[in-house]
Design a protein around this ligand. Structure first.
Ligand SMILES: Cc1ncc(COP(=O)(O)O)c(C=O)c1O
Length: 376
């Protein structure tokens, strides 16, 4: 085993895809963070912190058991109700993470009688959920609705689930939800929309499904993470009450998992209220996204995530390291996280960044991109 581990490490080093878990300190101070998913700057907001601390006082530091044993606390019901109020969905079920929410919905709906069709850029948690579901599976081209239509038309299974992200986590582009939902309705398929990067950002913070007028549509279900714009931790599935009831009874990543920590649930519930009350915070993400895109001469993507193609894994990793050395943190996405093989820098347009900071960062990125450009 030791020899095999060393061999695997050498392969990763050769391919330029080594990952690190470097501890970060001093959030809010230097370095400039263009990498995290705290899109609204709520992770350090005193109101969320106070809500979390109060929940620890009321319920303790952990939920103590699964939600279906003794681990459901009033704060979970409060969170689920706030999530419904924000997104316009009729029912919600909180999970311990966005990852387990995606595993839960796809395993609970899947099986041999359910065809699962996913966009090829769907997040790893959606891919893992689809695989665990033991369903027949296929990926359609990124945002390619013709290819989705062909796959739906060939289906032989009684049920079909189509899986997309409202705003894609690495590319930052937005799914065409109205057209995808129409296609699903025509083929009697359920549309599962992962709103990890949509809630708190798209549609005045209420998410892209709400903005598309699809909140409450019976054939559209959404999943969420509480760990990005909501500044907390955890996940949720939102949709019809019958689906919630089915998940409580069959989703293994809900039943066989300790309930979401009360502090995280309370902080996320508070984040929902802040988002509804402070539209300018949400609008600031769009303004900062425009500044990043203009500064880098790229097309502005739909939400907070702005994606800069960087070529090879080595070049992308080298750029990220040099930026970090200069005090700017950016995300670096390399295969297998990018199915098209194009490594990318991923910049997030957080609401609490100042225009001057963004000008400095984009100037630096431009000069490093030019200095490392490979002649054609
Ligand atoms: C699109 C998408 N779905 C799901 C997740 C998982 O969410 P969580 O970090 O809450 O497990 C993420 C984040 O990593 C994501 O980007």
């Amino acid at each position: 085993m030791q020899e095999w581990l060393a061999g695997q490490a050498r392969v990763r080093a050769r391919r330029g895809i080594v990952r690190h878990t470097t501890p970060r300190t001093g959030w809010g101070a230097a370095p400039l963070d263009l990498a995290s998913n705290d899109y609204l700057g709520l992770a350090a907001d005193p109101r969320l912190q106070a809500a979390g601390i109060a929940a620890v006082g009321s319920y303790g530091t952990g939920a103590r058991s699964s939600r279906v044993v003794t681990g459901t606390h009033p704060v979970h019901a409060e969170l689920e109700s706030e999530l419904c109020a924000l997104t316009g969905q009729p029912a919600a079920l909180a999970f311990s993470s966005g990852y387990t929410a995606n595993l839960g919905i796809l395993t609970a709906l899947g099986g041999p009688g359910t065809l699962i069709l996913r966009d090829e850029h769907a997040h790893a948690s959606l891919i893992d959920g689809a695989r665990l579901a033991r369903s027949p599976l296929a990926a359609f081209g990124h945002q390619d609705l013709d290819s989705l239509r062909r796959l739906l038309a060939q289906r032989t299974q009684p049920r079909a689930v189509v899986v997309v992200e409202s705003i894609y986590s690495v590319l930052g582009d937005a799914a065409d939800l109205p057209a995808t939902a129409r296609l699903c309705a025509e083929h009697d398929a359920l549309l599962v929309v992962d709103e990890a990067h949509g809630i708190g950002v798209a549609g005045n913070g209420r998410g892209a499904v709400h903005a598309a007028g699809l909140a409450g549509a019976e054939h559209v279900v959404l999943t969420a993470t509480l760990s990005k714009a909501l500044g907390a931790q955890g996940g949720a599935v939102l949709g019809p009450p019958a689906l919630r009831e089915h998940l409580v009874n069959t989703a293994r990543s809900f039943i066989f998992d300790t309930g979401l920590a009360p502090a995280a649930a309370a902080a996320a519930a508070e984040a929902c209220r802040v988002i509804a009350a402070e539209p300018d915070r949400v609008a600031a993400v769009g303004r900062n996204a425009a500044l990043i895109a203009a500064g880098l001469g790229i097309e502005q993507a739909a939400g907070a995530v702005q994606s800069v193609p960087a070529g090879t894994p080595d070049r992308a990793a080298g750029l990220a390291i040099r930026l970090e050395d200069s005090g700017v943190l950016v995300g670096c996405f390399r295969p297998p996280s990018v199915p098209d093989g194009v490594s990318r820098l991923r910049l997030t347009a957080r609401a609490d960044l100042a225009p001057e900071q963004l000008r400095t960062a984009t100037g630096l990125i431009n000069s490093l991109l030019a200095a490392t450009e490979v002649p054609a």
